[in-house]
Design a binder for this molecule. Structure first.
Ligand code: CP
Ligand code: NVA
Length: 304
């Protein structure tokens, strides 16, 4: 199989993404039955984290263990990444030792540079531009609860940052309409929006974004690396909180998602995230199954 990477959702076709979610559902059933599925036996994943993580680390590491493989956690603090070894050299070295590399870093360009010099699949585990692994879990969760998302309306309320950009790409690949309400100072990248054409609508008022929406999604107001802007952002984003009033405007059976970690009382109220429309725990749990399917697809090729 030709070398494939997963640097953004657009690296997979719509058909490949659908097949991957179908496979994820199958792997989830096997895991829930505690049925052996050593589909990555003796394969090794290197996990490079330049930012913190709970879900991403544990889901990738568990996925490899359950599939009969192994994962290696690498942080800049105790590897040569933190001491300035060129990315290109690290990419070549790891390509000779492991079967796949997962990277969480700041710049998408660094991830792309690493992938250019790797001869094994490279996975984006979050950059400032995208978080495509999260979207696999989100789309699986929506399908489980409501069936196909095609033709539905999704509201993105909050920062036009990495999660928002990945939702834009998901709108293209899964064929839904994404309504984005973000403050003027934190709009998504215009090039990413433009490329999505009719799949994306930008609105000013967050209430217009959520009205009649089938899915309401938000994220933290200050992402990793933006901690110093936190107090300023609290003011900028104050009108963008997802609360009961906002959820009442959405479709009656609308779901609420958040990639987590969440800040109750900031971007979402406790009664929404802990309420009946919230599917955040399934969403987090589905990281495991969807990424297991992704690892299989990239390392072994598409399953029959
Ligand atoms: N949603 C997500 O990626 O969580 P972590 O930062 O804990 O990995
Ligand atoms: N936008 C958040 C997502 C965390 C999973 C961040 O980048 O910190």
């Amino acid at each position: 199989m030709a070398l494939r990477h997963f640097l953004s959702l657009l690296d997979l076709s719509a058909d490949e993404l659908q097949a991957l979610l179908k496979r994820a559902a199958k792997l989830k059933a096997l895991q829930q039955q505690r049925s052996s599925h050593e589909i990555l036996k003796n394969r090794v994943l290197a996990m490079i984290f330049e930012k913190s993580s709970t879900r991403t680390r544990v889901s990738f590491e568990s996925a490899m263990a359950q599939a009969g493989g192994h994962a290696i956690f690498m942080s800049p603090r105790d590897t040569q990444f933190g001491r300035g070894e060129p990315l290109e050299d690290s990419a070549r070295v790891l390509s000779g030792m492991v079967d796949c590399v997962m990277i969480r870093t700041f710049k998408q360009k660094d991830l792309e540079r690493f992938a250019e010099h790797a001869t094994i699949p490279v996975i984006n585990a979050l950059t400032d531009e995208y978080h495509p692994c999260q979207l696999l879990a989100d789309m699986l969760t929506y399908q489980e609860r409501r069936g196909s998302i095609q033709g539905k309306t999704v509201a993105w309320v909050g920062d036009g940052f990495n999660m928002c950009h990945s939702y834009v790409n998901a709108a293209r690949r899964f064929d839904f309409t994404l309504r984005i309400a973000a403050p003027a100072s934190n709009q998504p990248d215009p090039a990413i929006i433009e490329a999505a054409g009719k799949h994306v609508e930008i609105v000013k008022d967050p209430r217009d974004a959520v009205t009649d929406a089938d899915l309401v999604v938000t994220d933290v107001w200050a992402s990793m690396g933006q901690e110093e802007e936190t107090s300023q952002r609290m003011e900028i984003f104050a009108a963008y909180q997802i609360n009961q009033e906002m959820m009442k405007l959405a479709s009656e059976d609308a779901l609420f998602m958040h990639c987590l970690p969440a800040h109750r009382g900031e971007e979402v109220t406790a009664d929404v995230i802990d309420g009946p429309q919230s599917v955040v725990w399934d969403e987090a749990g589905n990281r495991l199954h969807s990424q297991k399917a992704l690892l299989e697809f990239l390392i072994m090729g598409a399953p029959a």
